[in-house]
Design a binder for this molecule. Structure first.
Ligand SMILES: Nc1nc2c(ncn2[C@@H]2O[C@H](COP(=O)(O)OP(=O)(O)OP(=O)(O)O)[C@@H](O)[C@H]2O)c(=O)[nH]1
Ligand SMILES: [Mg+2]
Ligand SMILES: [Zn+2]
Length: 222
């Protein structure tokens, strides 16, 4: 019985996510579902990315948190459209919550929409939002055993950003193990090692985003 209920919830969510995706495809907006455990650096990555790209890409952000509007306030300071979702307890975003925010955006004028999911390494990967791709962050302070212990997010993601490499001298985390075990789970995963604090490695991530956004706009030659 329980299994049927869970399957129904996921199927209902997928229907709404597909409708969201149709809208995003119609406007040519690239949508990224950004996921990680709490504190891995999602909002910091967004702040840096907006600073670097807001003059070349029309960007918007949806912030997902159980409670509080702190992250949306950080993004609003950057002068781009942002909507905060408070799940009121739920530990992930779903398609319905995204649909409810879309009236706040002018999708036709938006080239890149990044959704910061609730900090959680588990179920955000199970619920589609209508995104083009999932990007996850793992920070080096979380340890190198995370791919083998929480494989679903690594399997579902197109990009893995290994953040906080500036802290590597202080932890026993092996980048080699993270890379090897992540690729074992998902051989197609693109992996970027970076530090949102020092800026190291960020340019490759920006370049990936530029190319992906242009491809969605059907404007690959620009
Ligand atoms: N040393 C170091 N600290 C970082 C880096 N990136 C982020 N931080 C710090 O990590 C902490 C958490 O960063 P956030 O960006 O708020 O993390 P988050 O993933 O958005 O957190 P939640 O929204 O709560 O899930 C902050 O104190 C950041 O300054 C980094 O590359 N190096
Ligand atoms: Mg955040
Ligand atoms: Zn959840």
């Amino acid at each position: 019985m329980k299994i049927t209920v869970v399957r129904d919830i996921l199927e209902a969510n997928e229907r709404i996510a597909r409708q969201n995706k149709d809208l995003f495809d119609g406007s040519g907006t690239l949508v990224i579902n950004l996921m990680s455990s709490p504190g891995a650096g999602k909002t910091t990555l967004l702040e840096r990315t907006i600073d670097a790209l807001k003059d070349e890409l029309k960007m918007g952000v949806i912030e997902g948190d159980i409670q509080s509007s702190e992250d949306a306030e950080r993004i609003a300071k950057k002068g781009i459209p942002v909507v905060q979702i408070n799940t009121g307890g739920a530990c992930h975003l779903d398609g319905n919550m995204i649909r409810d925010t879309l009236k706040e955006f002018d999708l036709e004028g938006l080239e890149l929409l990044i959704v910061e999911n609730v900090g959680n390494l588990v179920c955000p990967a199970e619920f589609k939002l209508g995104e083009d791709c999932k990007v996850m962050i793992l920070s080096v302070t979380e340890g190198d055993d995370k791919p083998s212990k929480y494989p679903l997010m690594f399997r579902e993601s197109e990009v893995l950003l290994v953040n906080k490499v500036d802290l590597l001298p202080y932890v026993d985390t092996s980048l080699e193990r993270i890379t090897r075990e992540s690729l074992k789970i998902n051989p197609a995963l693109s992996i970027f090692e970076l530090s949102c604090k020092t800026g190291q490695g960020m340019e490759s991530w920006y370049q990936w985003l530029r190319e992906k956004t242009r491809a969605k706009l059907g404007d690959v030659d620009l």
